[in-house]
Write a protein that binds this ligand. Structure first.
Ligand SMILES: [Fe+2]
Length: 296
């Protein structure tokens, strides 16, 4: 009855060309043929993991969160029903366009739009990176993670843990000048798969709708090469290279054309038996590095 992984994200943008070049030249994702009003980016054997849809605003639309089976999907919907959370069932055509067998849309208590999905329509096309990336680390761990704004923090935490089946991996309190004495909360939540966190929620707003999403590559060199490509292209570096204390990810952050950040990392912690894990509270966010520049 628990979400296993992040299936995909959807983004809106008036500038599909900016996303095309960001996705292929910087990220190293593969451009997939799609309609004139969309850009589809592939990073593994799924038809796409990031869909950018032509629209008026640069913004994040939603995340697709994946149940491992139809039975668990149905159990999940029963939990939403019991809690009085409303959702809308996607049509056959909409599901096909998301390469899933079925899905519903709903909102978490902070207003973040979600698509809860099950199944995978495979198209049998191999992933070939235009930047020579060997592979992105996905599989049973899904696309990566999303860090969502959650100003209605406690109810949002309860929604992900009690209704969607997420568990605690780590908690942080972020102390900012003029902010609350106890700091602003961040909860890092694991799905049933091995990734350290598939969703994190943060007690602060994000104008683009998303704080960041994360893609993981298989080697440190591929992180360094992506950093070189971003710097050469003049992409805004939101954070220098660093290593997180909680998930041990070595990563940097760049600003996407959508206004949110992309964490590009390597070496994230994996846990195959969550029953033996004691959640941590991190009081120093990074082992080293990760100097932030939120400007621009
Ligand atoms: Fe992250």
């Amino acid at each position: 009855m628990a979400i296993r992984s992040l299936a995909y994200i959807r983004v809106e943008s008036p500038d599909l060309d900016a996303w095309r070049s960001f996705g292929t030249d910087i990220v190293g994702a593969m451009l997939v043929p799609g309609g004139d009003d969309e850009v589809l980016l592939r990073v593994d054997d799924r038809p796409w993991r990031i869909r950018i849809e032509k629209g008026e605003t640069n913004r994040y639309i939603c995340a697709g969160l994946e149940y491992p089976s139809e039975a668990e999907f149905k159990d999940g919907l029963a939990k939403l029903d019991a809690a009085g959370i409303s959702y809308t069932e996607g049509s056959y055509a909409e599901a096909k366009a998301r390469h899933v067998n079925g899905f519903v849309t709903c909102k978490d208590p902070s207003g973040n739009l979600l698509e809860l999905v099950w199944g995978n329509i495979a198209d049998g096309t191999p992933f070939i990176s235009p930047q020579g990336i060997s592979r992105f680390v996905t599989g049973e761990m899904g696309m990566g993670h999303v860090v969502l704004p959650a100003t209605n923090f406690d109810a949002t935490y309860a929604f992900y843990t009690e209704l969607l089946g997420f568990g605690d991996s780590d908690e942080m309190r972020i102390h900012v000048p003029g902010g609350p004495e106890k700091g602003l909360g961040m909860k890092f939540l694991h799905a049933s798969g091995p990734r350290h966190h598939t969703v994190a929620i943060a007690e602060f707003p994000a104008p683009s709708g998303l704080i960041h999403t994360m893609l993981e590559v298989a080697t440190l060199d591929e992180v360094g090469l992506a950093l070189d490509r971003a710097l050469a292209a003049g992409t805004h570096l939101s954070s220098t290279l660093g290593k997180h204390t909680n998930d041990k990810m070595v990563s940097f952050y760049i600003r996407t054309p959508g206004g949110f950040d992309l964490e590009y990392g390597y070496g994230g912690m994996q846990t195959h038996d969550w029953s033996v894990v004691t959640p941590t509270t991190t009081i120093k966010e990074d082992l080293w590095g990760h100097k932030w520049d939120f400007g621009q």
